[in-house]
Write a protein that binds this ligand. Structure first.
Ligand code: SF4
Length: 295
């Protein structure tokens, strides 16, 4: 269990059902074996070219920059990812960067993890600098939960580092409940926006956390107040140990429908599912029609 103090301070003391607490509290239910829940729910293993470079989507490559996170989310789809076997040192990164450099079809690199902003500024600057030197790369995307769970990481120096490249840079944060976006997170997000970085949010639909239309509406509105647009609302990836967070597809679709009625279009996230081996996220309604998988 790992939770930054600032994130814990946003919880309501004494409330075992607090939606922030629920995201980080290990429960005995994680030990249950549930059919359909696996250790690699989105096919990361088969997408791994080796050395932590994942190719799933056309024109994009995802680089596992580090295995570290500031928080351990109990529903994380990479909770069983074999980070240790990657070897996270300079050699591994050099091979991954060489693979990117060899493939002119890659125009966007997604730094993921773990959380790439767990790298200190020097290591991040070195990594981005080496990506910079690959001429066919145009966009840099950073998937991070740190602006939400450890907002103090978003310093002016970091914003300058991220903004000071030739890349069109996009920061995709991860917040699931409006209570996660306190004043500190809001200030961090404003610093990112103030550096002219595009910032989007992705959420995971989680039972007992955000499986209510009022909560999702409040999240969209709170994100927008912080200068962030909702991007994806993911149906839970069925990872072993997280079945107690599952929301049925039928309920998820109903929530998506209600959101569309309640919010302006720009605040409605795309309700999607990731299906292993498919080269894009799939709208949940289409996935259900395809009979991909039902929760
Ligand atoms: S911050 Fe992201 S990668 Fe890290 S544990 Fe949470 S969901 Fe997983």
């Amino acid at each position: 269990m790992l939770v930054p103090r600032g994130f814990a301070a946003l919880m309501t003391p004494g409330d075992p059902c607090d939606p922030l607490l629920r995201q980080v509290l290990p429960l005995r239910a994680e030990r249950l074996t549930v059919a359909g829940f696996s250790r690699d729910p989105v096919g990361d293993t088969s997408a791994d070219l080796g050395h932590g470079l994942l190719r799933k989507y056309a024109g994009r490559a995802l680089l596992i920059a580090t295995g570290g996170c500031a928080v351990h989310c109990r529903y994380c789809f990479r909770r069983h990812f074999p980070y240790a076997s990657l070897g996270l040192g300079a050699d591994r990164t050099a091979v991954a960067l060489a693979l990117i450099a060899e493939d002119p079809g890659i125009s966007e690199v997604i730094l993921s993890g773990g959380d790439p902003l767990m790298l200190d500024d020097d290591r991040l600057e070195e990594l981005i600098g080496r990506l910079h030197a690959i001429p066919h790369l145009k966009r840099l995307r950073i998937h991070t939960r740190l602006p939400v769970v450890l907002p103090s990481r978003i310093t002016g120096a970091l914003c300058r580092l991220l903004a000071g490249t030739r890349f069109a840079t996009l920061v995709v944060i991860h917040a699931n409940h409006p209570h996660e976006l306190g004043t500190q997170a809001e200030n961090a997000l404003r610093r990112l926006r103030g550096a002219d970085l595009a910032v989007l949010n992705q959420s995971v639909l989680l039972r007992g956390v955000n499986d209510a239309v009022d909560t999702l509406c409040a999240l969209g509105e709170r994100l927008f107040a912080c200068g962030v647009l909702p991007y994806y609302l993911h149906q839970l990836d069925p990872v072993e140990g997280a079945a107690h967070f599952a929301v049925s597809d039928a309920q998820a679709l109903q929530l998506g429908e209600e959101l569309r009625h309640r919010l302006p279009g720009y605040l409605v996230p795309r309700l999607v599912r990731e299906v292993p081996g498919i080269g894009s996220k799939i709208p949940l309604a289409e996935s259900v029609r395809n009979g991909d998988r039902f929760l």
